[in-house]
Design a protein around this ligand. Sequence first.
Ligand SMILES: Nc1nc2c(ncn2[C@@H]2O[C@H](COP(=O)(O)OP(=O)(O)O)[C@@H](O)[C@H]2O)c(=O)[nH]1
Ligand SMILES: [Mg+2]
Length: 280
Amino acid sequence: MRIHWFPGHMKKALRVMREQLKMVDSIIYVLDSRAPLSSINPQFDELIAHKPVLYVLNKSDMVNSDDILKWQRRFEKENKACVANNSLNKGGGKIIINKLLEINAAAIEKYRNKGVNKTIRAMVIGIPNCGKSALINSLTSGKKTVTGNKPGVTRGRQWVVIDKYIELMDTPGTLFPDFGDEKKALNLAFIGSIKDDILDINELASKLLDCLTSLGHGNKIAQRYNLQSETSSKAEMLRQIGLSRGFILKGGEVDIEKTAKAVLTDFRKLAFGQIILEKA
Ligand SMILES: Nc1nc2c(ncn2[C@@H]2O[C@H](COP(=O)(O)OP(=O)(O)O)[C@@H](O)[C@H]2O)c(=O)[nH]1
Ligand SMILES: [Mg+2]
């Protein structure tokens, strides 16, 4: 499937990120738990290599806890700090704050030895729709205490105070998704990180059905839509789903586009249950 994008945009994204990173000590890298690997764009790895990074497996409520645990172990094995999080869980961000302090302990200690309380500034980054804004809101409990713009202080940026010595950059860094890898791009499209309107929705839904079937969830699809017979062709499966949902056009044909949209929405709303697309 062709996903239209422009290398120029990627270049600009890297440049902007490089500038913003100069202002922070640390990174909070938000991942979508349904596709943690696809949520990482390796082209940004070099930029963040020299700062403490906390990986947040966000939307942890959308997959089962065993799968999350396995991912956490995998990150730990690679010596990467990682926490699972549900950003919609108000006041649940304590673990993120604690872990952020932990991975920045060396800098905090260094300053403490000089008699200074170091404020850790962090930037929240991640692909579109992974929950960056929701996560920042959950950490600030809605009330934004903003520093900067004080007389005589020109920081050129606003900071959200989340703890006595922790501040977040107020605008999250939206990472350009990794379109170089077709499988990753598809995963990102399935979970809604890439806008549907630049995609062929019918093809996307067929590929989603393919993907879910190959992951062993064919029964959940059959159950959801009352499908009687096995079909090998996903186009035919889509047609049967449309029939079963009663999505029929005036001429009697199945409304495939409406069906495709319904399948994608169902997946994103967990109508097939908690499904992880990438296992650790
Ligand atoms: N179930 C669930 N939904 C979430 C979570 N975090 C964010 N969302 C939802 O995901 C969508 C995108 O979140 P948003 O914070 O705007 O993403 P951003 O583009 O990275 O800033 C919104 O509909 C949020 O309500 C989470 O931890 N669990
Ligand atoms: Mg946002």
